[in-house]
Design a protein around this ligand. Structure first.
Ligand code: FAD
Length: 499
C-alpha cells in the first residue's frame, strides 16, 4: 500500500483517487480552491442553475465503469438522461438541421429532409470512416499510455492503420474529401473545438468525436452535470480519501530522480510515495517543479512546443418567461448558431488573439425542472469560443468584458431569442475568471490544443520521467473533456498498479 497525494480535486483527480483508494492505497487530495469538481460545476444564481463547465456528457460508459468498480453503480446515485434531439444547428442563411440522439438512421433522415439525400449519404460515409478511425485509434491513442512513435511503428497493421487515421490530413481537409456541403463542413469543424482546436490544423482523427457523440449519445445528468463532481466527492470520501480544501500545492518535492512529497502554500511539507498531479501540466512542470530539474526537461520542452487550447466566454442567463406577453421561443437542450464566416472565428482566436466579432453561439437550455425554481423560468448557459487570457501579446480579459457580454446579448436578441425582454439574472465568466477559479492557465478549456499532427505527442505523459509522479486530467494524455479525463484517471491508476 502506497501513500499517495493527488494535487487537485478536478474530475480527473477525484476519479484517480477513487480507483487508487479502492485498490487499497492511502490517498489524500490537496485542492487549492474551496471546493471540489474543478471546471465541472453546477452553479445556482437566484432561481437558476447553470452548468458553467461541461454541459454535455458523452461516453457515459467511462463513468459507469468508474462508479461500478469503486462501489455502487452510477444509476443508484445519478440520473443520466439521453438528450433528444442531441443538437439543433442553425446556419446564417436561415437553414437549420436537427440531429436526433442515438439514432444514426434518423440523423440520415433529418439531413435528407432538410438538405437532400446526396448530403445525407455523405454524412453516412463520413460516419463510417469515423467508426473505422475510432476502431484503430481507441486502443493505442486513447485507452493506453501513449507509446513513442518508433514503438507505435512496430505495431502489427501499422501501415493500414495509418491509412485510416491519415495523421497528416487536417479535419477540414478530410471532410472535404467526403462532402462539399457547407452545412456538414461546419458541423464537423465544430468537433475540433471539443479539444480546443482549429479544424484547419487539427488532425482528421478528431472526426471520431462526431462518431462517438452520434453512436454513444449526448447525455445530461438530472440537476446539472456538476452533480458528477458531487457524486465523485462522496465516492472518494466513502473510500476513505482525505480531501484538503484551500490547500494549494506550491512544490512537488523530489530528490532529483523521484518524488518525495509536496509543500503547500502554508509551508506544510507532506511526504508521499507517489504524487498524482491533476493541476494543469504547464503549472506542474513550470511552477511546482524546479526549472533546474534535469529529468523534467523533456516534458517541459514538449509542453513549450504545444499550442494552448482555446478558452471560452460564457453568459449565465436566467430568463423569466412571465415577463413576455407572447409565448417564449422554444429551444431544445443543445443549440448551435453558426456565423456566416466560421474561419474568421479561428483567425481571431489563434492568430489575431481578440474576442470573436461574430462568434458561433452555443446555448444550453436544459429542460430540467431541477435547474430552475419555477416552471416559468429557463436557465441558459451560453458559450462562445474565445482567445486565452494573455495580457502580454494577446487579449487581456480584464479589459471591459461587460461590453462583450452586452454584444452577445444583442446578438441573441437579433436571432429572435427575446433575451433582453425576459432577462432576470445575468452573469458572465471570462477566461480570466476560469484561470482564477481553477488555475487553468490563460483560461484554456482543455489544456493544450490538437493544432498539429504531433499534438498528441506534445501532451504531458501520464507517467512523468520524475519517478512516482503521474499526470491526470485534461492537460495530460489523452486530453480534455469528461470522457478523456476519466480515461486518463484509469490509465494512471493502472500505471501505478503496475509500477
Ligand atoms: C466552459 C467549459 C465548458 C466545457 N464543456 C464541456 C462539455 O460540454 N463536455 C465535456 O466533456 N467537457 C467540457 N469541458 C471540459 C471539462 O470540464 C474538463 O476537461 C474537465 O472537467 C477537466 O477535468 P480535470 O481533471 O482536468 O481537472 P480541472 O477541472 O482542470 O481541475 C483541476 C483542479 O486542480 C486544482 N489545482 C490546480 N492547481 C493546483 C495546485 N497547485 N494545488 C492544489 N490544487 C490545484 C484546481 O483548483 C482544480 O480544482 C468544459 C470546460 C469548460 C471550462
Amino acid at each position: 500500500m502506497a501513500k499517495i497525494i493527488v494535487i487537485g480535486a478536478g474530475i480527473g483527480g477525484m476519479a484517480a483517487a477513487a480507483r487508487l483508494a479502492r485498490a487499497g492505497h492511502q490517498v489524500s487530495i490537496y485542492e487549492g480552491s474551496d471546493r471540489t469538481g474543478g471546471k465541472c460545476r453546477t452553479e445556482w444564481i437566484g432561481d437558476y442553475a447553470f452548468d458553467t463547465g461541461p454541459s454535455l456528457l458523452t461516453l457515459p460508459a467511462i463513468y459507469r465503469d468508474l462508479f461500478l468498480k469503486t462501489g455502487k453503480r452510477i444509476e443508484h446515485i445519478l440520473k443520466l438522461e439521453p438528450v433528444d434531439p442531441a443538437f439543433n444547428y442553425h446556419f446564417a442563411d436561415g437553414k437549420s438541421l436537427t440531429f436526433p440522439n442515438l439514432a444514426l438512421n434518423k440523423v440520415y433522415d433529418e439531413i435528407e429532409k432538410s438538405l437532400d439525400s446526396k448530403t445525407a449519404d455523405e454524412w453516412h460515409r463520413l460516419m463510417q470512416r469515423a467508426e473505422r478511425m475510432w476502431d484503430v485509434a481507441r486502443g493505442p491513442f486513447v485507452e493506453a499510455e501513449l507509446e513513442s512513435i518508433p514503438n507505435l511503428m512496430k505495431r502489427k497493421n501499422f501501415l493500414s492503420d495509418i491509412k485510416i487515421i491519415s495523421p497528416l490530413t487536417s479535419l477540414r481537409k478530410l471532410t472535404g474529401q467526403y462532402t462539399q456541403s457547407p452545412y456538414l463542413s461546419k458541423i464537423v469543424d465544430r468537433y475540433a473545438t471539443y479539444s480546443g482546436s482549429d479544424p484547419r490544423k487539427a488532425p482528421a482523427v478528431l472526426l471520431t468525436i462526431a462518431f462517438i457523440e452520434s453512436s454513444f449519445g449526448a447525455w445530461h445528468i438530472q440537476g446539472g452535470i456538476g452533480a458528477l463532481s458531487t457524486a465523485l466527492e462522496d465516492r472518494v470520501k466513502t473510500l476513505g480519501v482525505q480531501i484538503h480544501l484551500n490547500s494549494e500545492v506550491t512544490q512537488i518535492r523530489n530528490d532529483g530522480s523521484k518524488v518525495l512529497g509536496i509543500t503547500t502554500a502554508w509551508g506544510e511539507e507532506v511526504d508521499a510515495d507517489i504524487v498524482v498531479a491533476n493541476a494543469d501540466a504547464d503549472l506542474v512542470y513550470n511552477k511546482l517543479l524546479s526549472s533546474e530539474l534535469k529529468v523534467a526537461k523533456s516534458e517541459r520542452r514538449k509542453l513549450q512546443r504545444s499550442e494552448k487550447s482555446l478558452a471560452g466566454f460564457s453568459l449565465l442567463l436566467g430568463l423569466d418567461n412571465s415577463k413576455l406577453s407572447t409565448p417564449a421561443p422554444k429551444l431544445n437542450h443543445h443549440n448551435i448558431y453558426f456565423p456566416e464566416d466560421y474561419d474568421q472565428e479561428f483567425n481571431e482566436i489563434f492568430d489575431l488573439k481578440r474576442p470573436v466579432s461574430d462568434p458561433t453561439i452555443y446555448i444550453c437550455a436544459p429542460n430540467d425542472p431541477l435547474m430552475v425554481k419555477s416552471e416559468n423560468k429557463e436557465a441558459w448557459f451560453v458559450l462562445v469560443n474565445a482567445p486565452r487570457h494573455e495580457p502580454q501579446g494577446g487579449w487581456d480579459w480584464s479589459n471591459n468584458p461587460q461590453r462583450y457580454a452586452q454584444k452577445l446579448i444583442a446578438k441573441l436578441d437579433a436571432l429572435g431569442l427575446e433575451v433582453s425582454s425576459r432577462l432576470d439574472v445575468m452573469e458572465f465568466r471570462t477566461p480570466l475568471d476560469l484561470q482564477n477559479s481553477v488555475s487553468a492557465p490563460g483560461g484554456s478549456i482543455y489544456g493544450t490544443s490538437s493544432n498539429s499532427a504531433r499534438s498528441a505527442f506534445l501532451r504531458a505523459s501520464n507517467r512523468s520521467p520524475l519517478r512516482n509522479l503521474y499526470c491526470v486530467g485534461g492537460s495530460a494524455h489523452p486530453g480534455g473533456g469528461l470522457p478523456l479525463v476519466g480515461i486518463s484517471a484509469e490509465i494512471v491508476a493502472d500505471a501505478i498498479g503496475k509500477a
